[in-house]
Ligand binder design. Structure first.
Ligand code: CA
Length: 453
């Protein structure tokens, strides 16, 4: 009898301790990865066992979206849980370390601010791309620890050539460091070390690989895995992907070794779809379009969420979810108090992934690029799209036509009118872009010489 009482008390104490433990959150972001370049989406020539293990032990979101079709605006949305066009972050910031206007506006609350206020240790590793001036530094945006580079990309191997933005020193917080090894390996090791270092306290860790963005660079130890791929560029891309997958394996092992696997929600997705093959040798099939477009190939990405013991394992969730959902999900799990008046566009998706909430997380999702030159709305099975300036509207039924091959705009005038109206209402809540993306150097040179068409 006595034993039973003691056991009951112990069990109650254990339950209390479990209830008090808030799950860690890790967001692993790939850069410019194609929809079909991961095993769980059917990739055949590049094995990605560790990324696939997230899908095997978690939920694959087959309609997982990002809020923009290219780098920096997606990151601004992820960081704030808000459509980034609400605060004018609709383009890539130029590399301007003196410019305090070109970056994630400092009046925006970040996920790191929120998680820090809830008692989490916050860390960012890798590519930043949210402004190069001191006021935009991750340490000023809620991240207690930072290791990475502030621009939109970087060379991967010591000594290789590149522009200023791609060759700046690495930073540990604000301390410059030399790149001495393969970038992807360095970032992975830093991420695993962060996990081990903070195993006893709740943490939010943002791991933003520049892989598999160009330049296509990988050392022999990864290239040698892909001698069967004849196309040299695809071989390099495969090696980069494989290195990132190894790194993700290292991070997941750090969770297991430190007994944190069941206490950690892990997200993995790409910041946008794969670029056209001549820019980077990616595959987005069966999706149409690429990075930069609002066809599915620009915004629907490999997307998976793992939380062992909490989320169902090896399942597929088909309702649309979006990168904007990360902040509200993490904040809810952390019990964080959000600043008053903060309007979030994402939602906590855990009850949806668990099957407790049956309805879709979002009635509609919206996209806008170029200050409105292109836009799209997804509502249920339908997507209304204006693919570019002066382009005609297109309507697709994504349930029957994931490849957006059959424009049904003339068949469904009622749907077109409803989605157009929803877009117009959303659009009135946005502001014009605060800054423009840097123009490619060749174009700029030509323009300066007065030779642009
Ligand atoms: Ca990108």
């Amino acid at each position: 009898m006595k034993t039973i009482v003691v056991l009951t008390v112990l069990l109650a104490a254990a339950t209390l301790a479990d209830a008090a433990r808030k799950p860690n959150v890790i967001v692993i972001l790939a850069d410019d990865m194609g929809y079909a370049d991961v095993g769980f989406n059917g990739c055949k020539d590049i094995p990605t066992p560790h990324i696939d293990s997230l899908a095997a032990h978690g939920v694959r979101c087959s309609s997982g979206y990002v809020s923009h079709s290219f780098c920096s605006p997606t990151r601004a949305g992820l960081m704030t849980g808000r459509y980034q066009q609400r605060f004018g972050h609709e383009n890539n910031p130029a590399w301007l370390p003196e410019d305090t206007k070109v970056g994630l506006p400092v009046n925006q609350t970040t996920i790191a601010d929120v998680m820090k206020s809830a008692g989490f240790v916050t860390g960012a590793i890798g590519k930043w791309h949210l402004g190069a001036a001191p006021c935009f530094h991750p340490n000023e945006r809620g991240f207690v620890e930072y290791f990475g580079f502030l621009g939109g990309g970087h060379i991967y191997l010591p000594g290789l050539k590149g522009g200023v933005e791609y060759t700046v020193p690495l930073l540990r917080n604000k301390e410059p460091l030399e790149l001495k090894e393969y970038m992807t390996d360095v970032l992975s090791r830093e991420a695993a070390a962060f996990v081990a270092r903070h195993k006893t306290e709740p943490f939010y860790l943002y791991v933003a690989y520049n892989a598999v963005h160009t330049p296509l660079q990988a050392p022999g130890k990864y290239l040698s895995r892909f001698t069967s791929i004849a196309d040299e560029r695809r071989r390099a891309y495969a090696a980069m992907t494989s290195a990132m997958d190894d790194g993700i394996g290292l991070i997941l092992r750090a969770l297991r070794d430190n007994g944190l696997e069941r206490d950690t929600l892990v997200w993995f997705f790409s910041d946008n779809g794969g670029p056209p093959y001549n820019v980077s040798p990616t595959h987005n099939d069966p999706l149409r379009g690429n990075k930069g477009t609002l066809y599915e190939g620009g915004i629907r990405v490999p997307f998976v969420v793992q939380w062992r013991g909490e989320l169902p394992e090896g399942t597929v969730y088909e309702q649309p979810v979006i990168s904007l959902d990360v902040l509200p999900t993490a904040a809810t799990l952390a019990g964080a108090k959000l600043p008053g008046g903060l309007k979030l566009d994402g939602v906590n998706i855990v009850p949806h992934l668990k099957g407790e909430s049956k309805g879709p997380p979002h009635e509609r999702l919206f996209w806008r690029t170029g200050g409105g030159a292109a836009w799209a709305v997804r509502e249920g099975r339908y997507k209304l799209l204006k693919p570019g300036k002066d382009a005609a509207l297109q309507l697709f039924d994504l349930n029957s036509d994931i490849g957006e091959a059959k424009d049904i705009v003339s068949e469904k005038p009622d749907v077109v009118a409803r989605l157009q109206k929803a877009h117009d209402a959303w659009n009135t809540e946005l502001i014009p872009p605060l800054f423009e993306s840097p123009k490619p150097a060749a174009k700029k040179k030509a323009r300066q010489a007065g030779r642009t068409k």
